[in-house]
Design a protein around this ligand. Structure first.
Ligand code: ZN
Ligand code: FE
Length: 255
């Protein structure tokens, strides 16, 4: 297993596109290109040639650059089988349990429905890197537009089972607002209080807060902590992680 070189490209208001390069083969993937132009610029700067696009889900702020980039480079577009008809230019369908090789770097694919029906995540174990789109955010999670709380909890539980050193490369810089909300759920969580302060300092300097590690998420992300008895009790659903997750998600939607 070889380690990817990863570049983060800010796009639109708060999107992150990622460029992944497998040095051994020269394969280069763009993850969730909202737009073609920032990808073009990043490729030119690095002197890289695009060979692949990896899409986590169908929303335009993740696929908007697909067709232009494909027309220019002939790259292969890899996306969720369950959303084949909603991914512009898709060439390769992948789903739960599949692996996809980007040159010598291998990703394991998870179906993580909830935000959208067909949402997937790519886990490059050899690079300790998870590309989870709009499913898991730093200290937050995506809205359940096309799924239920039970589905989203199940999806997050799959990601929660990955090694703690896994780096979470989510698709948006939502961290500061997420931290603010998380503090309303767990005002006495020391790890959360400390992390929120660090995030405020980073954002004051306009620094990216992504990626973080799963280990940090276990301690500070209320949506991953719905299985903890203390949180369940506070949300009025002892013994019920799904109801606890649903209660926290509903509060966040109104926050
Ligand atoms: Zn989305
Ligand atoms: Fe998005």
């Amino acid at each position: 297993m070889s380690e990817l070189v990863i570049r983060q490209i800010p796009a639109r208001r708060d999107n992150y596109i990622y460029l992944l390069r497998d040095e051994a083969s020269g394969a280069v993937a763009a993850v969730d290109p909202s737009d073609a132009e920032p990808v073009r610029q990043a490729l030119a700067k690095e002197g890289w040639r695009l060979t692949h696009i990896l899409n986590t889900h169908h929303h335009n702020d993740h696929t908007g650059g697909n067709l232009e980039l494909k027309a220019e480079t002939g790259c292969i577009i890899v996306g969720p089988r369950a959303d084949h008809d909603r991914i512009a230019g898709i060439d390769v369908d992948v789903g739960d349990g599949d692996t996809y090789a980007l040159g010598t770097a291998v990703a394991k694919v998870f179906d993580v429905p909830g935000h959208t029906r067909g949402h997937i995540a790519f886990w490059f174990e050899g690079s300790r890197a998870l590309f989870c789109g709009d499913t898991l955010f730093i200290m937050g999670c995506g809205r359940t537009f096309e799924g239920t709380a039970a589905q989203m909890w199940n999806s997050l539980s799959k990601l929660k089972a990955l090694p703690p050193e896994t780096r979470v490369f989510c698709a948006h810089e939502y961290t500061q607002a997420n931290a603010k909300f998380a503090l309303t759920v767990e005002p006495d969580n020391r790890a959360l209080i400390d992390r929120a302060a660090r995030i405020d300092a980073m954002r004051a300097e306009n620094k990216s807060t992504v990626p973080g590690t799963l280990a940090e998420e276990f301690l500070t992300n209320p949506f991953l902590r719905a299985d903890l008895p203390a949180l369940q009790l506070a949300e009025g659903s002892p013994g019920d992680p799904v109801a606890t997750f649903a209660a926290i998600r509903l509060k966040k939607d109104k926050f």
